[in-house]
Design a binder for this molecule. Structure first.
Ligand code: MG
Length: 370
């Protein structure tokens, strides 16, 4: 594997790993559980002149979304990935794309900052001229109907382009979707089943004029997803299923979906994400950038991909103050119309807030070049 940025020729002197615990502004509730604290691993790559580049591992605290989780990523980065890159050796680890994305992101950010170049411009070299602002999808977690209606009301007032509800086949989740649709008949609305939906719940949801149903069937069940795709006119977006360009080609060959949720953090970095976006375009699939409730480090990198006009569907990326208070970077903000402003500074485009970073750090290890 040769993820973006891992070249070993950048005068890399030191890599610092930090384990962070960041309280979330709103708890994250989905089919795979609830998180109130975001447990993140942040990678700092430092060159001989003391310049730093930053990357983030967006794995969740527990291995409930994919097989990766924060403690495992920490060990793989500390014991395998960082020593290999510092020694100029090839990375010979199977899997662990979120850990790889963190290290690749840090070394990429460092390389770009050394050249005074932005990640947005780097990505635009492959995906075309970037937009200044990106329309936003608000992802609203599961909960009692009154809580969800209040959350959607708040997001609609903020000018979001689309609202996506987290769902399971449970009847109370289906009733929530029905209540949202009845309250906002014209709202652009989608749902994310995180691989839990059956035929009955899928068909019940598609009665609500949805922009798309995300990941209805389990990640590996492309045949099941293709079966659902044939049962109605509602587009299917695949998230967990699409781990690579090859997985996207397989899904397309089976007719298993229509859209891909491109998450640079989950795919192994921004270069891997760019490859998936280009493959989706060639296959006639739509694409949008998804979020992992990242800190500003991961969200800024994802926005560099989302800025492309090829990502025509609104992105699941919001301003810093919807997730973390404070964020560990200069804040990512929205414009007066609720669109997310793409950071355009050097590297990922935002600067680290050292005070907030130190306050959130619960573990740290420094690894130096031999
Ligand atoms: Mg999803």
């Amino acid at each position: 594997m040769d993820p973006d940025g891992l070249r070993g020729d950048q005068e890399l002197q030191r890599v610092t790993l930090r384990r962070l615990r960041l309280p979330l502004v709103l708890p994250l509730r989905s089919a795979h559980g609830e998180e109130r604290i975001r447990d993140l691993v942040v990678v700092e790559a430092v060159d001989g002149a003391g310049r730093s580049g930053w990357g983030e591992c967006s794995a969740l605290a527990r291995p409930t979304y994919t097989a990766e989780h924060a403690a495992g990523a920490w060990a793989v980065l500390r014991d395998e990935l960082v020593p290999a890159v510092l020694a100029g050796r090839a990375v010979e680890v199977v899997g662990h794309p979120m850990a790889l994305a963190a290290l690749a992101g840090a070394t990429r950010d460092l390389a770009l900052r050394r050249r005074g170049r932005s990640l947005v411009d780097h990505v635009a070299g492959s995906l075309g001229r970037p937009r200044d602002v990106v329309p936003r999808t608000a992802v609203v977690g599961r909960g009692p109907v009154d809580d969800v209606l209040a959350a959607v009301d708040d997001e609609v007032a903020r000018g979001v382009a689309l609202v996506k509800l987290k769902v399971t086949p449970r009847s109370d989740d289906l009733e929530v979707v029905d209540a949202v649709r009845r309250t906002w008949p014209d709202l652009d609305l989608a749902v994310d089943g995180n691989g839990t939906l059956d035929v009955r719940s899928f068909l019940a949801l598609t009665a609500h004029r949805l922009a798309y149903v995300e990941q209805p069937a389990p990640a590996e069940d492309l045949v099941g997803s293709a079966d659902l795709a044939r049962r109605g006119d509602t587009p299917i977006a695949l998230d967990e299923s699409i781990t690579s360009v090859d997985a996207l080609r397989s899904a397309a060959a089976l007719g298993a979906g229509h859209l891909v949720n491109v998450k640079p953090a989950r795919l192994g970095g921004t270069d891997a994400a760019v490859d998936v976006v280009l493959a989706a375009r060639d296959l006639g699939w739509g694409a949008f950038v998804g979020g992992m409730v990242e800190s500003g480090v991961g969200r800024a990198a994802a926005l560099a991909v989302a800025a492309s006009e090829l990502l025509a569907v609104p992105a699941d990326l919001g301003p810093s103050d919807r997730y973390l208070d404070p964020d560990i970077t200069t804040p990512i903000v929205v414009d007066g119309a609720g669109r997310v402003v793409v950071p355009t500074g050097s590297g990922i485009g935002v600067e680290i807030d050292g005070v907030a970073l130190d306050a959130a750090t619960v573990d740290r290890v420094d690894l130096g070049a031999a």
